[in-house]
Write a protein that binds this ligand. Structure first.
Ligand code: URA
Length: 225
């Protein structure tokens, strides 16, 4: 019997669901869904924008040039892809690598939200504008908010959101690469559980009350969004 609360199993069930997804027109032209990859028990999750050509072909996130840079940045802090979980806002490739449309994000966001609820990472590192705006619920652009951790809304302060530039923005711009490297260098500290203060003006979640479990407890579901 499958253990309730087995994150790997829950992710596989969710992946099977996404494979059947026809919620938006992107499903018509996809070669593969790009669900996400890495450890179901990861302490840190990276969230990019949407699959590109190579990701669509291989069904894996960040396998192109931006992915190579992401791996290098992970290496700086002693991590590999297998230590983390990597996902995107959209699970299917927008044609011609255009930006995701609002309605596509709206249809797809439930899958990312469920991935977060299953994995329950300590830190979500958003890569670029789309994932940062979606998960922070705020309109602030990445150039303003990168490198500053904030509590993930709906997580009761248990998950830190840490926005950084999208690696693609640093591929050919040395100044952006420096910013990205410096921001990455703060990640180990965040993973050590340093407190994260809410941003000015942000809605503050009440920490969730944890009733004492009587019998073996059901897996806890985060009220994330
Ligand atoms: N860029 C993204 O945002 N996601 C990928 O998976 C690849 C490139």
């Amino acid at each position: 019997m499958v253990e309730v609360g087995d994150s790997q199993t829950s992710l596989e069930e969710l992946r099977a669901e996404v494979e059947q997804c026809r919620r938006c027109a992107l499903s018509r032209d996809r070669t593969n869904i790009v669900f996400g990859s890495g450890s179901a028990d990861a302490l840190i999750m990276f969230v990019g924008e949407a699959p590109g050509y190579h990701e669509d072909q291989q069904g894996q996130p960040f396998v192109g040039q931006a992915g190579k840079l992401l791996e290098k940045l992970l290496g700086r802090i002693g991590l590999t892809r297998d230590d983390v979980y990597i996902a995107n806002v959209l699970k299917c490739r927008p044609p011609g690598n255009r930006d995701p449309l609002l309605e596509e994000i709206d249809e797809c966001r439930v899958y990312l939200e469920r991935q977060v609820a299953i994995i329950e990472p300590l830190v979500i590192c958003t890569l670029g504008n789309f994932s940062t705006k979606l998960l922070s619920g705020r309109p602030d652009g990445i150039t303003r908010v990168h490198g500053t951790p904030q509590p993930l809304p709906g997580s009761g302060g248990r998950i830190s959101l840490f926005p950084v530039l999208h690696p693609a923005a640093a591929l050919y711009t040395a100044a952006n690469l420096k910013i990205l490297e410096e921001d990455f260098d703060h990640l180990p500290q965040l993973l050590d559980g340093k407190a994260v203060e809410p941003l000015p003006g942000a809605a503050v979640d009440q920490p969730q009350q944890q009733p004492a479990p009587e019998t073996p407890s059901e897996p806890e579901q985060l009220d994330l969004f």
